[in-house]
Write a protein that binds this ligand. Structure first.
Ligand code: NAD
Ligand code: MG
Length: 392
């Protein structure tokens, strides 16, 4: 029986995780759940899964949750704020920690799980984008096992030879092929992109996800963040990572070997597959996902990404090649720009412009300590906010 903490339990990944856990009450129990401010969402999860601890990042929401839990006679203890999130991630009863908070806000809680030597099921790609070197180094030092939940990285993990992640070259790997659907605007006329709305951007053709990652998929910044994520997870130089547009989202990614073999992982686009894979690894368990019907899929298409349509992808490749603080700056500016777009303060096409200008304004440095990176994250957010103010 494994105890599980779900960081970000009220989100898209959090809900899918609890769905898989609920199918295996003999294997898993919930140790702790966390959310930002969704009291009613986490309350019903507490009623169902009876965790020891529930955390609200927002203190006021935490007080409301405590009252609602005690009214209902549910004995879950409530903690608040970053300290509470870090505590939930490191609880002795949590064997596995699902890191599914969105954005850089998920970094410190995920790092807390790493430092406690947990099996960390990592959905929160931004943690690696901001602080990949520190994160992976701490995982090695503390014996934490980091398993990728992002569907592409989970697919790559499944296609790599078993055993310790070492040098890719020594393992005969030539390239990692990350697939991307191209999002809702793959074929939208370029001149129409500046007037697309948040709800159009969030209407992903194949996946149902949180709003931030949905916008990232529409700009393809998501794939850019995933290139950086793959770099840290698999020790892959950016030159060894190729992005392949594949609109059906049936192949979740591929690994090419020096002998010409290309291994792919396929399945219906449903995050419960990678979640179940990482929960049970190296075993396999049922996830609730339907069998892939290849006759219905009928056809698999592949295209090269269009750099004019998706400038964010190029910006991310440049950031990882520049190294140092560049990916943290890219991520921070993107989070601010996406939030402004969702608030209808800037246009869709302004997202890439804000990220680009923030990167130009902040010189890249080698400061790669956690504190240095968090400082740069704050600074980049400030610059991006100013750039946005000038646009509205
Ligand atoms: P979501 O917006 O649906 O959920 C986010 C969760 O994080 C919620 O529980 C929310 O309460 C919590 N949260 C938000 N801000 C917080 C803060 N400041 N402090 C503490 N908690 C906070 O997001 P999602 O789509 O589930 O994505 C979660 C992560 O997983 C992201 O990093 C995303 O890139 C990654 N991911 C998601 C999918 C997907 O299919 N949804 C696929 C691959 C990777
Ligand atoms: Mg992905």
């Amino acid at each position: 029986m494994k105890g599980i903490t779900v960081l970000g339990s009220t989100g898209s990944i959090g809900i899918s995780t609890l769905d898989v856990i609920a199918r295996h009450p003999d294997r898993y129990r919930v140790e702790a759940l966390t959310a930002n401010s969704d009291v009613e969402g986490i309350l019903s999860q507490c009623a169902r899964f009876r965790p020891k601890v529930a955390v609200m990042a927002d203190e006021e929401a935490g007080r409301r949750l405590a009252k609602r839990l005690s009214d209902k006679g549910i004995p879950t203890e409530v903690l608040c704020g970053l300290r509470g999130l870090e505590t939930a991630a490191a609880m002795p009863g949590a064997d596995y920690v699902m890191a599914a908070i969105v954005g850089a806000a998920g970094l410190l809680p995920a790092l807390s799980a790493v430092r406690a030597g947990k099996r960390v099921l990592l959905a929160n790609k931004e943690a690696l984008v901001v602080a990949g070197r520190v994160f992976m180094q701490e995982a090695r030092e503390h014996g934490a096992v980091v398993l990728p939940i992002d569907s592409e990285h989970n697919a790559v993990f499944q296609c790599l030879p078993a055993g310790d992640a070492g040098d890719l070259e020594a393992r005969g790997v030539k390239r990692i092929l990350l697939t991307a659907s191209g999002g809702p605007f793959r074929t939208t006329p370029l001149e129409a992109l500046k007037s697309v709305t948040p709800s159009q951007a969030c209407a992903h053709p194949n996946w149902e996800m949180g709003r931030k990652i949905s916008v990232d998929s529409a700009t393809m910044m998501n794939k850019g963040l995933e290139v950086i994520e793959a770099h840290w997870l698999f020790h892959a130089a950016p030159e060894r990572i190729q992005v392949v547009l594949h609109p059906q989202s049936v192949i979740h990614s591929m690994v090419e070997y020096i002998d010409g073999s290309v291994l792919a992982q396929l399945g219906n686009p449903d995050m419960r597959t990678p979640i179940a894979h990482a929960l049970a690894w190296p075993d396999r368990i049922e996830s609730g996902v339907d069998s892939l019907d290849l006759f219905q899929v009928a056809q698999l298409d592949f295209e090269a990404p269009d750099s004019q349509r998706f400038p964010c992808l190029g910006l991310a490749f440049e950031a990882i090649k520049a190294g140092g603080t560049a990916p943290a700056i890219l991520n921070a500016a993107n989070e601010i720009a996406v939030a402004a777009f969702l608030d209808e303060k800037i246009r869709f096409t302004d997202i890439a412009a804000v990220v680009d200008e923030t990167l130009q304004q902040l010189p890249v440095s080698r400061a790669e300590s956690l504190d240095g990176l968090l400082k740069i994250d704050t600074e980049a957010r400030g610059i991006a906010e100013q750039l946005i103010m000038r646009r509205v």
